[in-house]
Unconditional design. Structure first.
Length: 312
């Protein structure tokens, strides 16, 4: 057991040092060259990680059955890995982006007025997003532009590595931007307080995880376990819901889109309202994913869990 723990400690230390070096390298190599390099490396991963590749193909075929040919699915799968590498470029380059002007040189924004109008209502905004593109940049954009926001996420297994990632995300020192770990027993309370103060709660609900409460809703026409935290917070705080997502464009810039508000359904039937609102949120995210399927994380086991009625 002690040998196992010792190896894990060495592994995380090596990973930490690799990421530190990558961040330093990423901030002096020209962005275009770095993106090309990471894109090639990502494409190579498709061939050297057969298990991840096969999961990607399996899930794409499951989602797009009767919609796409095997050849079309294989093309998307290959591009998933290439785009992961390319999108990783600017996440590593956070430390070099010190002003809004520098951020705007690599990102284009559409529909921000939807967010502004929702924010003006003063009841808080659920900023709903998914694991498409360089998704971490959605929160980075909000922080750089001094929106009062809070995000929740899983803590990395290694404290040193976790601190590096969190500090990299928050390097612009926005005092109104907070981050809570999913394991924090007061996490939901902190997010609710941010909403009641008129702030933004940044949430992703496009993955199947047993770490949170879920409900089953349609995702690509199939029942998928989906986190209910966003719906619960929206109902409790009577907040607006704004879908947002980012994708890498052919011109090398990221496009961040803020879509019109998703109406909050409130009938008084708590269980029904949670399910209906979660379904509406999931459909909004599915639309983003369908528009750029080669930038979503298809190797994630989105349909891993099954409703009780489907279990024999």
């Amino acid at each position: 057991m002690s040998q196992h723990k010792g190896w894990k400690k060495v592994k995380y230390e090596l990973l930490y040092q690799v990421i530190v070096v990558l961040i330093k390298v990423a901030n002096w190599i020209p962005r275009k060259a770095l993106m090309w390099t990471f894109g090639k490396l990502g494409g190579l991963v498709y061939y050297v990680m057969p298990q991840t590749k096969n999961l990607t193909l399996k899930h794409l075929k499951y989602a797009y059955e009767n919609e796409l040919t095997d050849k079309e699915i294989e093309k998307i799968a290959k591009n998933v890995f290439k785009n992961l590498g390319r999108n990783f470029t600017d996440i590593l380059r956070y430390p070099s982006i010190k002003t809004v002007e520098e951020l705007n040189s690599v990102i284009e924004v559409e529909g921000e007025q939807n967010l502004i109008d929702a924010h003006k209502k003063g009841k808080g905004v659920i900023l709903l997003t998914c694991h498409r593109g360089a998704f971490d940049m959605v929160g980075f954009y909000l922080s750089m532009n001094n929106y009062p926001c809070i995000a929740i996420g899983a803590k990395l297994h290694d404290d040193k590595l976790n601190e590096l990632v969190v500090n990299t995300r928050r390097h612009n020192k926005n005092d109104q931007a907070d981050f809570v770990e999913r394991s924090d027993p007061r996490g939901s309370i902190k997010m609710f307080k941010k909403l009641k103060d008129g702030g933004l709660a940044f949430l992703l609900i496009d993955q199947d995880t047993d770490k949170v409460q879920n409900t089953y809703v349609d995702f690509y026409g199939k029942q998928a376990a989906t986190p209910i935290g966003a719906a619960m917070l929206a109902l409790k705080a009577d907040s607006a819901i704004i879908p947002a997502s980012i994708k890498l464009q052919e011109n090398g810039k990221h496009l961040l889109e803020f879509r019109p508000e998703v109406p909050l359904v409130k009938t008084g039937d708590r269980e029904k309202d949670i399910n209906v609102n979660t379904q509406n949120m999931s459909l909004a995210l599915e639309k983003f994913i369908r528009e750029a399927p080669d930038q979503w994380v298809w190797f994630h086991e989105r349909w891993k869990s099954k409703p009780a009625s489907d279990v024999s």
